[in-house]
Ligand binder design. Sequence first.
Ligand code: C2O
Ligand code: CU
Length: 537
Amino acid sequence: MTDIDYKRRQFLQYTALGTLAAAMPGFAFAENRVINKTPDHSFKADVEIALTAQTADIPILPGAHTHVFKYTGKLLKGPQTALKELPGYLGPILNFEQGQKVRIFFHNQLPEPCVTHWHGMHVPQLMDGHPMYAIHHGEQYVYEFEVKNPAGTNWYHSHTHELMASQVYQGLAGLITITDEAERRLELPSGEYDIPLVIQDRSFSQGNQLRYMLNMHQRMRGFLGDTILVNGQSDSAIAVKTRAYRLRILNGSNSRIYKLGWDDGTPLIAIGTDGGLLEKPQTFPYIMLAPAERVELWVDFSGRKPGSNLTLQNLAYQGSAAHMGGGMGGGRHGMGRMGMMDGASGQNDVFPVVKFRITEQIGDSPALPATLVPLRRLTTTDVTHPDTTVPITIGMRHMAFNLNGKTFEMQNYSEQEKIPLNSVQKIKISHDSQGMGGGMRGGRGGGMGMMMALPHPIHLHGQQFQILSRKQNNPGGAYDTVKDGFITSGWKDTVLVMPGEEVEIIKPFKDYTGLFLYHCHNLEHEDMGMMRNFFVS
Ligand code: C2O
Ligand code: CU
């Protein structure tokens, strides 16, 4: 039995238990599951899309085609720019305009249950892709939401209970780009000069099939592949002209955290993050990009020679999962189609991620705007109850990571997970690796300490938040090799929390009541239950 079969069986056992309590008005009730089967005709959609999750066999590597899961889309109503198919296994890029009303007919043609989450988007509970709304093969779920987010780069992916990691790994993900008035005024590079880059690591068998097998150790660390795919394709080299570009980068990997830098030492210029554009461009020596995080870069190839290359590479850093040693065992691409990746050594390698080849000299290039979009910095004075802090404490028990001492419960929440509607909350995410058995300094005999030394990308559904502070309780050593790579201005929905760190964030909970997930976006961690609900009421 493969690992994927095992997860599938667990899911079926779960649905057989039938835990859902009651039907809600307008929603069909089948086999103890609430699903939104039909459109709400009072919702006047500007854009309508049919999105199907299905199996496909597509070329990724030379030779045999690869069996994947793939979202395929069809635009039923709205501007042609709303949907753009990509080659490879990624779903189409969905492009929305702030204020648009969007209806998506989601069809599940997979041999297993599935549900889709619009990561980063501020939508109601029923439209958010909570795992309780998974549908079976042949069923339809209708998503309807207004686009409230500002211009930026979001994404969609499977959120199926205990199958999220394997389904995303097999291809169930795609980008969502949003445009708005403020962004248009900036006249940022657009069209062919606006390049989406979804970075993922995968591992292939001799027969070009995706390999996703986890032993206990790999399950705890999360899956690390030995081949980098960019936009679902291997060996990417992107032809560019001598001018400025906008790069929209998503780390769509299951668990790999990248430390991104230009190979010639040029600083990175960030113009956007998870929640959209920054107030002004910001320069970094390197940027840490954890699973689900986005960063938008400005890169200017002006003055570079045709024929030359500039490569975005992963830089070495300590305190990564590599410290847990071991791993995938060198696969077919063990020494890397991309160069230096060694599947056996985890994350701590230098390897190329995406190469740009300067092919054409042109005269003109837009200049980097000095300011981007206005951003009101939230402070503790915005917090509704300044003396209460919502805790998210990273922990581990019985060989599973947890949050606040608890693993996922489909519809349950604790007292401290109740959030008043229309409040602004201060949330403290703590990763106390010391208290949990040694953490970064090695721990008791390696085992538990090493596990607790893992970084965790913590994602909160609903509205975007701002980072108030990051505090490292074990300064020195490994942390110092990553600390200059965190973007702490702008709106975020995912934040990488390093061992020993305390990260304080401020998050509004406006507009929608109900259950909203928060979880680790290391997908293997999420599937093992490192996820909880907030209940907004
Ligand atoms: Cu990107 Cu709850 O997920
Ligand atoms: Cu985690």
